[in-house]
Ligand binder design. Structure first.
Ligand SMILES: [Cu+2]
Length: 340
């Protein structure tokens, strides 16, 4: 162990040195920018390309600290969710799957609700299969997963703060497996109750058919219900007794103050990280860059993002460095967009 630690430290030092050198080189180039630009005038300008190597870990930003402070004791709440619907192993003969949750536990004032003025608030992250999460604010109404395709699915939910950092206490996270018979049009994206498209289906090959189905779906949906049209997806073969990494953030588009730094956050089930006394590590890689590790289960803030699209890969790895197999869910890559 000691040797491994030393090696890790040594490697980290090497990386740091290389990064610093790269930084110096960049600066030198910048100083010669005029000359370089003129010389290369004929080549097309580089598109905003990801600069993963320049990302560094940083502290939680002050605006988040301020929000946390203003929340009072609810930040230390232990929300406990129960999935009322769908029930474990339920078979649902409808492409719209209602999600109903009960919220209990030591809430200390924690309550999911969207503030109309800011559009923010405590909410629940709802994940069908291994798709990006959806935010669920008003637990009094079911959240509709629309156009869910036939087959086996998993549903994961966990409590979140307004800035999307999850509550990591026991009971915050719940998961069920259910089966849809019949199901939605595999060519149509799954949508939420607000009609917001979660993600486009792959192989959408008939725009007219999709448009017609969308109209029907909207007509049938109560406008007050939250929900989403779901992409065509099925469950991984998840063993709930095995280690499971649930990807949560980052997701979607980041602009303004939210674009830097950006938080990486995830949920861990049956897995303790090395820094927390366990044997697992979370490995992440941005834009296919060299992997780095997260050894404590807490949000990680990264600064230095450039404008454009970036890929974020999160993996749960065992002591041997291999990704822990669990239905394919322990290695997830998402694309995000940074607007600068
Ligand atoms: Cu969120």
């Amino acid at each position: 162990m000691k040797i491994t630690e030393r090696l890790s430290l040594f490697c980290f030092a090497c990386l740091l040195a290389i990064t610093l050198q790269a930084g110096c080189t960049d600066t030198t180039n910048t100083n010669n920018a005029n000359t370089t630009a003129n010389t290369n005038a004929s080549s097309p300008p580089a598109s905003p390309s990801p600069a993963a190597a320049n990302l560094t870990e940083t502290q939680e930003p002050q605006r988040i600290r301020d929000m946390r402070g203003a929340r009072g004791e609810q930040d230390a709440a232990s929300p406990a969710l129960t999935i009322r619907e769908p029930r474990e192993n339920a078979t649902i003969t409808n492409s719209t799957v209602n999600v109903r949750l009960d919220l209990g536990g030591d809430l200390k004032g924690y309550k999911p609700m969207k503030d109309p003025s800011t559009g923010m608030g405590n909410h629940i992250h709802v994940i069908l299969d291994n798709e990006p999460y959806e935010a669920y604010y008003e637990l009094g109404q079911p959240f509709e997963l629309r156009n869910v395709t036939a087959g086996k699915h998993t549903l994961r939910v966990f409590a979140s703060r307004p800035w999307h950092e999850s509550y990591k206490n026991d009971g915050s996270f719940q998961m069920v497996t259910f089966t849809v018979q019949g199901g939605g049009n595999p060519n149509q994206p799954t949508t939420t109750g607000s009609g917001q498209v979660m993600s486009s289906n792959r192989n959408a090959n008939n725009a007219n058919a999709s448009a017609n189905t969308n109209t029907n779906a909207n007509a049938n949906a109560s406008p007050t219900r939250e929900g989403k049209d779901m992409p065509s997806s099925t469950a991984g073969d998840v063993d709930r007794s095995r280690p499971l990494l649930t990807y949560s953030r980052p997701k979607g588009e980041y602009a303004g103050a939210e674009a830097d730094p950006i938080m990486i956050d995830f949920w861990l089930t049956n897995a303790k990280l090395t820094g927390d006394g366990g044997q697992y590590r979370v490995r992440y890689s941005i834009d296919g860059g060299s992997p780095r590790f997260i050894d404590r289960w807490q949000p990680l803030w990264l600064t230095g993002w450039t404008g454009g699209k970036h890929s974020v890969k999160l993996e749960l790895v065992a002591a041997n460095g291999n990704v822990v197999d669990n239905g394919g869910y322990n290695s997830t890559t998402r694309e995000i967009t940074v607007v600068k």
